[in-house]
Design a protein around this ligand. Structure first.
Ligand code: BG6
Ligand code: MG
Length: 218
């Protein structure tokens, strides 16, 4: 593994907790379709693209729909979801995320976003974090979903660094797999039971700093 030159961050669940808004919007849709959707069900949607999320939801409800209808419902859910994220404030940034990003910048570590979300730009703007990212690869720029490494490889490419020089921060199992498939180091954020393949697993970015990052180099 090479020298660490860049950090690539997933957004949802790493920098901000948007899962609660996704949950409200998916639950509203499920209820409209006549079935319930629990917080445990919502766990299955972490890191999963919008359409794949809808397919999981419909499977839970035992509902079959045409592609046309699915497209309409995915858009409807997104409109509802956006009413929540448009109200987000910088105080919703997860503990330790902003100070870690600023520490990395001060130490000349390159920073990119690697998110499946097509709403990533809106969210970063609302959190006033856009300026800290040199490259933003989001759901509008990739064709393959995690665990495919495309989103992170495009991030490394945009920063002009090698995959071996990158560390990925991820809260979803598919995201950890994507990082490792891309030959990158990975810090899991969440449960070691779910993210055990990562190089280390921490509770949140408040447990991370430059020295800990550099210890991954050895
Ligand atoms: C991921 C989230 O970051 O983005 C998923 O973890 C979500 O839950 C996915 O489905 C797509 O998000 P969006 O904003 O494009 O619907
Ligand atoms: Mg995530």
């Amino acid at each position: 593994m090479g020298q660490i030159k860049a950090c690539l961050f997933d957004l949802d669940g790493v920098i901000v907790d948007t899962a609660k808004y996704h949950y409200i919007a998916w639950k509203a849709l499920a209820n409209e379709l006549g079935f319930d959707f629990t917080e445990l069900d919502n766990e299955r949607l972490k890191g999963v693209s919008r359409m794949a999320s809808l397919n999981i939801l419909l499977e839970i409800g035992g509902v079959t729909l045409s592609d046309e209808e699915k497209k309409r419902l995915a858009e409807k859910k997104n409109e509802n979801y956006r009413t929540y994220i448009l109200e987000m404030k910088p105080d919703e940034i997860l503990d330790g995320a902003e100070s870690f990003l600023k520490e990395l910048k001060a130490k000349n570590i390159r920073i990119a976003l690697g998110s499946a979300s097509k709403n990533a730009m809106t969210i970063l703007e609302r959190l006033e974090l856009t300026h800290l990212f040199e490259a933003i690869i989001d759901g509008t720029k990739v064709s393959e979903a995690k665990p495919d490494p495309e989103v992170f490889l495009k991030g490394a490419d945009a920063l002009n660094v090698e995959p071996e020089e990158c560390v990925v921060f991820e809260d979803a199992e598919a995201g950890v797999e994507a990082a490792l498939a891309g030959k990158m180091r990975c810090v899991g954020i969440g449960s070691p039971k779910v993210l055990g393949k990562a190089n280390i697993v921490i509770d949140g970015l408040h447990q991370m700093d430059y020295n800990k990052l550099m210890s991954l180099q050895d």
